[in-house]
Design a binder for this molecule. Sequence first.
Ligand code: URA
Length: 207
Amino acid sequence: MAFTEFKHPLILDKLTRMRRIETSSKDFRENLNEIASLMVYEVFRDVPVAPIKIKTPVTDTIGYTIESPVVLVPILRAGLGMVDGIQSIIPTARIAHVGLYRDEVTKQPVQYFAKKTSDIEQSFILVVDPMLATGGSAIKAIDIVKEWGAKTIKFICLVACPEGVDALSKAHPDVDIFAASLDEKLDADSYIVPGLGDAGDRIFGTK
Ligand code: URA
């Protein structure tokens, strides 16, 4: 397992805009998608490419294509906020969905929806959720995509905390984790500190 925190100036600037309490839902969504695009560029750095014969208007040559189909798995609902940004870079990516809610008694994530794509075994899977807090939802979502047969899985979030990174890397040591920021800690209500509040509410303008 590897954990990567992005320290790029563009990402730091956009994330700071998102953290501000006064930032509108529209600006929050735009910056989230822009950061997701910038992150996915780096996540794909070591993805295998296959040579293919092509014709240019001038000659025959060898080009390169990403070997595996790409599947995004947003964890509903906040994960949806990263999909457009990633699809703007990988328009052929298909979208599977995992919906989870938190059981009030057990505090554990419970699946209420799951829809996979075909060819999941051969695909390069990106599970996305803006916040890696306790790690419970990420672990459960990755359990589900592994049950579908997924082999190559990366997890991309916006803000992580040490507790979430620790839990996820223990549960799924084969899954690389990418975050725009590793924040300080979780508070007593399981919010990330300093964080940015409830990502789902800020994306969808709820609450
Ligand atoms: N989910 C959020 O949306 N925000 C947090 O800080 C933690 C979990």
